[in-house]
Design a protein around this ligand. Structure first.
Ligand SMILES: [Zn+2]
Ligand SMILES: [Zn+2]
Length: 344
């Protein structure tokens, strides 16, 4: 089978590999659609702790069951499925306490290689985090299960969703825009702050109540932010993975507000915050990483019931050989997510 590898920063490589055979409890999936992700882009640009290089690339996918190992009862060859690329062990200290996203073995059986013709799903993923794909949902939409699960996890943790609440999102990439869609669904008023005019336009189209570039926030009088939330935002959500934004995010929260730090920074990056505001204005700084099985279940529901329309986040399609182009475009801030098609 053909498989795309991340060979070195900025460099992908088309390789041939044997089609894996499923052992007991496993599923062999023929990938019908895979998506580029912000983590992939980081790995492509500078390497990433969680994505070995050189190695198979891509982790957001949907597909058809090509073969099932012994003992698999839920799925059969020919079934259309959607899955995420990890599952918790259910046995470690964190799993036993319900912190499944922090499972100490969560990355052990991680599936990479969605930019390829086939992926092999280990038993735990088949049991816990694989779902049937409804017919009315395209494979491309179904491949959003993983990023949407991450966003569901963050929004649940934040506790946003009371009527009349407002949120300011920094960043209008895939994660910022998925936050926008989910928060609008919950009835929250949402402002999006981002650099690229095309992304701001898309944010407006997707229902943002306000969308502005960061400069606007610096003007003292009657800025877009003051009009949007004069006291500051109930929730500030950092989706850029940029140190400056991490540091400035608390400045836009109202007293008692919550700040979600979603976009990870490079290991070892120091950040400084205004301790005075954090203490006397009782700000809560929170972070969100990965997802729990219940978040995947919820994300599957949202997609299957079409409560969230992810189609506008798809910016184009490339074959495996063209995937390099997709990452070059993303690195220039062009597009949100690209579909990579290995089987056609
Ligand atoms: Zn992802
Ligand atoms: Zn565990």
């Amino acid at each position: 089978m053909k498989q795309l590898w991340l060979a070195a920063p900025g460099k992908t490589e088309l390789r041939t590999a044997p089609v894996p055979q499923p052992n007991r409890g496993e599923l062999l999936i023929k990938v019908e659609a895979a998506l580029t992700c912000g983590t992939d882009l980081k790995a492509w640009q500078r390497g990433h702790k969680l994505i070995p290089m050189p190695g198979p690339f891509g982790h957001e996918f949907s597909g058809t069951v090509a073969a099932a190992g012994g003992g698999v009862k839920k799925f059969r060859p020919g079934d259309a499925v959607m899955a995420v690329h990890t599952a918790p062990c259910l046995e470690c200290y964190y799993c036993k306490r319900g912190f499944y996203n922090l499972c100490s073995k969560i990355m052990d059986t991680k599936v990479l290689g969605a930019f390829g013709q086939y992926v092999l799903l280990p038993r735990r993923i088949v049991q816990i985090n694989t779902y049937p794909k409804p017919e009315n949902l395209s494979f491309e939409e179904a491949a959003f299960l993983e990023p949407l699960s991450c966003v569901v996890h963050g929004v649940e943790k934040l506790g946003a969703g009371e009527k009349g609440e407002n949120a300011l999102i920094f960043g209008a990439g895939p994660i910022g825009l998925l936050h926008l869609l989910l928060l609008k669904l919950k009835g929250v008023r949402v402002a999006v702050c981002a650099l690229e005019p095309a992304r701001l336009k898309l944010a407006k189209k997707l229902g943002a109540d306000a969308a502005f570039r960061p400069e606007v926030l610096k003007n003292v009088k009657k800025t877009a932010m003051e009009r949007f939330a004069p006291q500051g935002a109930d929730y500030v959500i950092e989706c850029t993975g940029r140190k400056e934004v991490w540091q400035s995010a608390p400045g836009y929260a109202r007293r008692g507000g919550r700040i979600m730090l979603f976009g990870g920074l490079k290991k070892g990056t120091p950040v400084t915050w205004p301790s005075h505001r954090i203490h006397y204005d009782e700000l809560t700084l929170m972070a969100s990483f990965h997802f729990c099985p219940r978040d995947v279940r919820q994300a599957h529901k949202l997609l299957a019931r079409k409560e969230i329309d992810v189609k506008p986040l798809i910016s184009g399609r490339y074959t495996l050989a063209g995937a390099q182009k997709a990452f070059e475009r993303l690195a220039m801030g062009k597009g949100i997510k690209y579909v990579i098609i290995a089987n056609h």
